[in-house]
Ligand binder design. Structure first.
Ligand code: G3P
Length: 225
């Protein structure tokens, strides 16, 4: 599954208690049911330990939050690509601001994912790093200014130039790479503003994970696109 049709919503479960263990499965089911009702593709990015159960009990695409650029062998504590493939992931986030990687390691894992026809979503923090990421030809570049992450202040309104700049520079390198944006996104207005700036979807977390009803929050998110 190397392509998902736009628009897309990717929910990064991070390490919130509200999106861990049994609650990770509940949240994945909320994503599944919001996707069915809205017709918008919704993707889960749970912690590694929750992937297997979510894959087994839902039908939504599942990304890992990170993969290490290591080969099988002596790498205690690492996230091995081959193990995620065995768990039947659909792809992975890479280089999230909370889990940065070197450019060489991003390139290596993007290539491994591509070889297996899996999704690569490389996170970036500004226009310049988005350009570097685009040269690696991932499925997605997801730009997220770190200072807005978790604040509830949407990037699409606070720093629209970062989204527009990323879209225009990434598309100039490879028009097939889809650009997402994230940080502070939670409402239908936020997502509509992101799409107006040229983004093909959003990568988000706290606004949905901490909502009283994540499913209702997801339906609101996609209500204006
Ligand atoms: O990966 C998504 C993320 O970093 C944005 O977080 O909580 O601002 O939606 P949040």
């Amino acid at each position: 599954m190397s392509k998902i049709s736009a628009p897309v919503v990717i929910l990064n479960f991070k390490t919130y208690l509200e999106s861990s263990g049994d609650k990770a499965l509940e949240l994945a089911k909320a994503l599944e049911s919001a996707a069915e009702e809205s017709g918008v593709t919704m993707v889960a990015a749970p912690q590694a330990i929750d992937i297997y159960r979510i894959k087994a009990e839902t039908n939504i695409p599942v990304l890992s939050q990170h993969i290490d650029a290591v080969s099988p062998g002596g790498h205690t504590g690492s996230n091995l690509f081959e193990s995620f493939v065995a768990a039947e992931i659909d792809g992975s986030l890479l280089n999230h601001s909370e889990c940065r990687m070197t450019l060489a390691d991003i390139a290596e894992v993007v290539k491994k994912l591509d070889n297996e026809d899996l999704i690569s979503c490389v996170c970036t923090n500004n226009v310049e790093t988005s350009v570097a990421a685009a040269t690696l030809n991932p499925t997605y570049v997801a730009v997220e200014p770190p200072e807005l992450i978790g604040t509830g202040i949407p990037v699409s309104q606070a720093e629209p130039e970062v989204v527009e700049g990323t879209v225009s520079k990434v598309k100039a390198i490879n028009k097939d790479i889809q650009v997402l944006c994230g940080a502070g996104i939670s409402t239908g207005d936020d997502m509509a503003a992101a799409m107006d700036l040229g983004a093909e979807g959003v990568l988000l977390a706290s606004g949905i994970i901490k909502a009283e009803s994540p499913k209702d929050a997801l339906l609101d998110l996609v209500s204006k696109i």
